[in-house]
Design a protein around this ligand. Structure first.
Ligand SMILES: [Zn+2]
Length: 122
């Protein structure tokens, strides 16, 4: 962890060097890691490297990630689930639209379909 106040001549202000790829990146490219003593600390690995690391870890051992995702979904309230369902359906609709198809919500879906692509006028 490097605090944002650390200033060395070769690293520009509000930039940080990633401990994995070694690139100098703006501070927004590092996830926040606040502690009680230092509210504005950032991780030392950039977001891209952390995402790549998580992808490798989850590909090697997918079950814990699947369980975490299930647990997260179970703990959401109904309004949050509906919001995510709507977002997911919109995402699928956009993808279908981009491929020149019409989006057909699943017939056995437990929730009623939100809107079709035509209704939303993408
Ligand atoms: Zn990096």
């Amino acid at each position: 962890m490097v605090s944002i106040s650390s200033s060395s001549p070769e690293v520009p202000h509000l930039h940080q060097i990633c401990s994995i790829c070694g690139l100098t990146k703006p501070i927004e490219e590092f996830y926040p890691r606040p502690t009680p003593e230092h509210r504005y600390l950032r991780h030392r690995q950039c977001k891209d490297c952390q995402k790549a690391k998580a992808r490798r870890r989850n590909a090697a051992n997918p079950e814990p990630a699947r369980q975490r995702a299930l647990e997260y979904w179970r703990n959401l309230d109904e309004a949050a689930r509906d919001k995510r369902r709507a977002y997911k359906q919109l995402w699928y609709a956009k993808r279908a639209h981009a491929a020149g198809r019409t989006y057909q919500p699943r017939l056995n879906s437990r929730k009623k379909p939100v809107v079709t692509v035509a209704e939303r006028e993408l």
